[in-house]
Write a protein that binds this ligand. Structure first.
Ligand SMILES: Nc1ncnc2c1ncn2[C@@H]1O[C@H](COP(=O)(O)OP(=O)(O)OP(=O)(O)O)[C@@H](O)[C@H]1O
Length: 256
């Protein structure tokens, strides 16, 4: 589904050239959930933006559904750290925004929007509220629904929960697992949180410090839904966490 081949990216700035990514190779299968993990500045967001078609690669190629990505695609949704809801529109109208932007009738999608909001735990009384009447976690749930309303094939997420407190993040990880199981979208999540990566992903791709290169890929062979609390597979989750922790720490010490 997503095929990244030999992607490198350098930025030319006033202080010279920054090599952000070097020779990234990555395949993400249909319905797979892949987390890209690495320390700050290793090129995670750059990789996601190249996959999204928001940024051209310096060399190499990204293909989605066997087509080269040269610009943002309609069937690819992107979720950022900031929910970026329109403050004057109700929750329901924010979710319906992509429908309106693409000139499709809102009335046909109102029910789907309501269902999506219920799936993420926002029932009818919330639908008429304005964004400022919601907590940060609730706003991010609305942004998640807005990205799902068009039934994307692929969801790209850049640290979507990093501005939230630890418990809210965990709650949203639970929501995201449910949404992923229900909608079966292919997901690439960028994060610097080992916990998040292990809770959510089928595979965790660890990038080395700049220039970002694929250092290792770890399978998380644990059935969903997963939890940080009592989980029958707690030992396996802990093993994956420890392995990723050691890898990230080692790459910090050696710089590879
Ligand atoms: N538009 C740009 N112009 C110049 N340099 C850039 C640009 N975007 C990113 N960089 C540089 O590329 C490198 C990788 O940045 P990127 O944001 O992809 O890292 P990251 O792993 O997502 O970091 P973080 O976890 O802190 O968000 C950094 O050194 C950054 O300063």
């Amino acid at each position: 589904m997503i095929r990244v081949r030999g992607v490198s990216k350098s930025f030319n700035g006033r202080r010279g050239t920054v090599e952000a990514l070097r020779g990234i190779e990555l395949d993400v299968g249909d319905g797979e959930f892949v987390a890209v993990l690495g320390r700050s500045g290793c090129g995670k967001s750059t990789l996601l933006r190249v996959i999204a078609g928001l940024l051209p690669a310096s060399s190499g190629e990204v293909r989605i559904a066997d087509e080269p990505v040269r610009e943002p695609r309609r069937d690819v949704a992107i979720l950022f750290q900031c929910p970026a809801l329109l403050p004057w529109r109700s929750v329901l109208d924010n979710v319906l925004l992509p429908i309106q932007v693409h000139g499709r009738p809102r009335s046909e999608h109102r029910e789907a929007a309501g269902q999506l909001l219920s799936t993420v735990g926002l029932d009818t009384p919330f639908h008429k509220r304005l964004p400022h009447e919601l907590s940060g976690g609730m706003q991010q749930r609305v942004a998640l629904c807005r990205s799902l309303i068009q039934r994307p094939r692929v969801m790209l997420m850049d640290e979507p929960f990093s501005a939230l407190d630890a418990l809210t993040r965990e709650e949203l990880c639970e929501v995201l697992q449910r949404v992923h199981m229900e909608y079966a979208a292919t997901v690439v999540l960028v994060t610097h949180s080992i916990e998040e990566a292990v809770l959510l992903a089928d595979r965790v791709v660890v990038l080395s410090p700049r220039p970002g290169q694929v250092r290792t890929v770890l399978d998380v062979p644990v059935p969903r839904p997963r939890s940080l609390g009592h989980d029958a597979h707690a030992a396996e989750l802990a093993r994956c966490r420890a392995e990723l922790h050691d890898l990230l720490l080692a790459s910090h010490m050696t710089g590879v």
